[in-house]
Design a protein around this ligand. Structure first.
Ligand SMILES: *Cc1c(COP(=O)(O)O)cnc(C)c1O
Length: 427
């Protein structure tokens, strides 16, 4: 792809001093930092809009956005303004006191969703932990269940803490960490009969299903959209049984799906839902939202030192307001259609390699044939050479989650790079 055309459109930020003096040394990095991640061999140094530059000054189109997180891309003026304002004004005081920014952000979320209440924390896993704890207390105090069970889906992803990795229906993330947290059971995604059977079968002695925790679209598990009929049936079952319906909107929420919340695609509202990734546009924030009838927490029963501090809430509020004032969710829908049309054209061009393109808004997956050697990581590596950052969602799905401000021209450039990346990966 032509990097010249990219560079013309944005002001390139100055190269940082720390990096210009000596080249990035991956070996000393790996000596110092615990090896929990398999990293691609590039070190990123600066960004603007949908582009980032590595420490060598090479430019990339960023279709990862910090894993579906940098809602407004990099160095967005609204974020720069909010970060600067908050750090000068007040950044952290703890929840021993009222924090006006926290109240304003909660009110924004409530005005723009089905929620009545918000609890703030720092990540997606923590937001789901809060939902799990709330569901358990609700089960004990309202549903009168001694041993509550939370149902989650196979191939789901809910985080890496002990409870959320237990909730995550992927054994590969649980290996070596047993004993896992009790009180979880798994069902296939988008399978109505399986849910009904599970609720009946698990009702035994002191055990009973108290809640269902599920993603409106499975992100990390392969970009699999929820089925409308399935989710409507879930809502109906929960209404009939009192089981709490909890949606994990950590990846799909905050406009990424082309609607503000993923559940809007499914025509149902959850009792509880969680958000994190896109909520702060890249500053660490998580939130759990609930309906009024789930108000069971008393002061002291759940907490977070950093949760909802003035800094993160001030910035997240700026992100939320910018989504609205710049009509970004409409852009997501249009750019998503453009991206899927282009990816479908590539699927037609490479029928022996690509089986399906699917997604909502700007969370899309391109699935590769199961019975060939080519993996999503192969495509991602080849795309890096073409100046495009992508991320796998499992071994066979390439995930496209650019900043929500991505332009039509950038989508076209990305599609050209994907075409070249496929061609070189299969050569
Ligand atoms: C990323 C993700 C999480 C975990 O969020 P962290 O901020 O990494 O803890 C949970 N659920 C979903 C759906 C996610 O995509």
């Amino acid at each position: 792809m032509s990097r010249q055309t990219l560079i013309e459109e944005v002001t390139i930020p100055p190269k940082s001093n720390s990096m210009s003096s000596s080249p990035f040394d991956a070996d000393s990095f790996n000596e110092a930092v615990m090896s929990t991640y398999a990293r691609f061999p590039l070190a990123l140094d600066r960004g603007a809009g949908c582009r980032v530059w590595d420490t060598q000054g090479r430019e990339y189109l960023d279709f990862v956005a910090g894993i579906a997180t940098c809602t407004l891309g990099h160095a967005h003026p609204a974020m720069v303004e909010a970060v600067t304002r908050q750090i000068k004004k007040l950044h952290h005081v703890s929840n021993l006191y009222y924090i006006p920014e926290q109240g304003e952000l909660a009110q924004w979320i409530i005005q723009h969703s089905c929620a009545d209440r918000v609890f703030f924390c720092n990540s997606g896993a923590e937001a789901n932990e809060a939902a799990i704890k709330l569901a358990r207390k609700y089960a004990h105090t309202v549903l009168d269940i001694d041993k509550p069970i939370i149902l989650t889906a196979n191939a789901s992803f809910h985080g890496r803490t002990l409870a959320t990795v237990t909730a995550t229906g992927q054994p590969k993330y649980q290996k070596y960490f047993d004993p896992l947290v009790p009180g979880f059971a798994y069902v296939p995604y988008n399978d109505i009969n399986a849910i009904e059977e599970a609720i009946t079968e698990l009702d035994e002695g002191d055990y009973r299903v108290a809640a269902i925790l599920i993603e409106p679209l499975q992100g990390e598990g392969g970009v699999r959209p929820g089925d409308v009929a399935y989710f409507q049936k879930l809502r109906q079952i929960c209404d009939e049984t009192g089981v709490l319906l909890m949606f994990d909107e950590v990846q799909v929420g905050m406009g990424r799906s082309g609607k503000l919340w993923g559940y809007e695609h499914l025509g149902v509202e959850p009792d509880i839902f969680t958000s994190a990734k896109g909520l702060g546009g890249g500053i660490p924030i998580g939130a759990m939202m609930s309906k009024k009838f789930c108000d069971v927490f008393q002061p002291g029963e759940h907490a977070s030192t950093f949760g909802g501090n003035p800094f993160v809430c001030g910035v997240a509020l700026a992100v939320c307001q910018t989504l609205e004032t710049e009509n970004i969710v409409q852009n997501v829908e249009a750019r998503g259609e453009q991206l899927r049309a282009g990816l479908n054209a590539l699927a037609a061009k490479y029928p022996n390699y690509i089986t399906e393109v699917r997604g909502w808004g700007l969370i899309n997956g391109m699935e590769l044939q199961a019975d060939i050697q080519l993996t999503a990581a192969d495509i991602v590596k080849a795309a890096i050479d073409e100046g495009l950052l992508l991320v796998p969602a499992g071994p066979k799905v390439v995930r496209f989650v650019p900043p929500l401000i991505v332009t039509a021209a950038e989508i076209d450039l990305a599609l050209q790079a994907v075409d070249k990346a496929i061609a070189s990966a299969i050569a």
